[in-house]
Design a binder for this molecule. Structure first.
Ligand code: PMT
Length: 401
């Protein structure tokens, strides 16, 4: 995607992830965008303004009262010239100021004045991110239309593990590019996406499930919605944030998922099944907590669940595009191809879930796209970027049909 002629104002706040903002500037410039950087005083403790000046080829603004080079009021001029206002990293402090309308430095003043779309990439300690006040501030900003990318989860600079790591520059720039030049190639299409794990209950306190977080399916739902589709997401147990602006249907078991998907599939143009439904359920379930019999093994019988993708494949009508996933631990291509045929799919996204950086509950995936015409092996990438690759392939298949 080319961003020639687009102006991005990048706010950099004071966190260790400030160094990653350098790559954000480089990537945006490589795509042709012009980048103007505003740093908070705290950010200058982490990275020298000269670094951003050199990378952006523009003076860096840090001080509201610096003598301007032109007679424009600088924060208003920057606020007006922005096609996109990006803040990366965005600390808990700037998010709180934005939520409350506090304007006490160059960055907070300028973002308050802008009419451009605003995208923030939060980065902070996991305790600060999960604090009720931060979550409330984020909800307020989202309700006002501020876009968020991340944060990702993992080991943080402070040594803690959890949510709070700034998204990778590649993902931030991809989100920025979509906001600057939104593709609307899926306008008028009805898309159903499944996401997350199903739960098969044994009794009121126990169930069988898997590690699906919903990240992959939700990334696809978000991308399809951004590209103009009318999206329904049917999801089971998830830890990822449920997308906004889509129709949401929450289910628990594979049988519930079957009912929700088969009941809606007929009216859909595209059905993408990224959920990880349990293949089996308990033959017998208990209304009360099943009591332990000391010293005795517990033998539970399981029965097969319906195959939702296969059922949707049976009902397939002309003009529909059906996409499945294959979560494999061996013989990736062979097993995935078998599922492509058996479930009457047009495309299967094969992922070897044993590979580091692929599969369940991580922000990246390593996928091979298999159609009846060919195989496309993709490198490890953010699930948000893979989502767009899958949708590109879906649109190519629809144009061929
Ligand atoms: O949610 P994340 O943490 O981001 O993880 C992503 C993921 C690993 C769950 C995702 O990338 C993925 O691989 N999803 C498919 C998981 C799965 O159930 O794979 P499978 O090979 O067992 O099933 C093949 C296809 O049939 C899938 O499209 C699945 O949704 C569907 N299926 C499976 C069982 C069943 N009873 N009915 C189905 O429709």
């Amino acid at each position: 995607m080319k961003l020639t002629g687009k102006e991005v104002v990048l706010g950099v706040t004071g966190g260790i992830a400030a160094y990653k903002a350098c790559e954000v500037v480089s990537r945006l410039r490589k795509l042709g965008a012009s980048v103007h950087v505003i740093m908070t005083q705290n950010a200058t403790e982490f990275v020298q303004p000269l670094t951003f000046e050199t990378l952006s080829n523009h003076p860096v603004v840090t001080d509201t009262f610096a003598r301007p080079e032109t007679w424009e009021v600088e924060h208003i001029a920057l606020a007006k010239r922005a096609d996109l206002f990006l803040i990366a990293p965005a600390t808990a402090n700037i998010l709180a100021k934005m939520a409350c309308g506090i304007a006490d430095d160059m960055l907070s003043t300028t973002v308050l004045a802008t009419k451009a779309p605003v995208l923030v990439a939060p980065a902070m300690n996991t305790g600060m991110w999960t604090a009720a006040v931060t979550q409330e501030n984020c909800a307020t900003l989202k309700s006002r239309g501020v876009h968020f990318v991340g944060p990702a989860s993992g080991v943080l600079a402070c040594g803690d593990t959890g949510a709070g790591r700034m998204s990778e520059p590649e993902e931030i720039v991809s989100e920025a590019a979509e906001l600057l030049c939104p593709r609307q190639d899926m306008q008028g299409l009805k898309v159903l996406v499944t996401a997350g794990a199903t739960r098969e209950r044994l009794d009121p306190v126990r169930y069988m499930t898997n590690d699906s977080s919903g990240k992959m399916g939700f990334a696809i739902a978000r991308a399809a919605q951004r590209r103009g589709a009318d999206v329904t997401v049917v999801y089971g147990s998830v830890t990822a944030e449920v997308p906004q602006g889509v129709e949401k249907v929450h289910v628990e078991s594979t049988c519930d998922l079957y009912d929700a998907v088969t009941g809606r599939a007929g009216e859909m143009d595209v059905v993408i099944q990224a959920a990880a439904p349990a293949d089996y359920r308990f033959r017998e379930t208990f209304a009360q907590k099943h009591k332990k019999q000391a010293g005795e093994a517990l033998v539970l019988e399981m029965v097969e669940n319906p195959d939702i993708a296969a059922a949707v494949g049976q009902m397939k009508r002309p003009g529909q595009t059906l996409v499945g996933f294959a979560a494999e631990t061996e013989n990736l291509l062979e097993n995935a191809r078998r599922k492509l045929d058996k479930k009457h799919l047009d495309l299967i996204v094969a992922n070897d879930v044993t590979k580091p950086g692929a599969g369940f509950d991580v922000d990246t995936n390593i996928a091979t796209l298999i159609t009846h015409e060919g195989v496309k092996e993709l490198p490890m990438k953010q699930k948000s970027a893979l989502a767009d690759d899958i949708l590109d392939q879906v649109m190519a298949l629809r144009h061929q049909a």
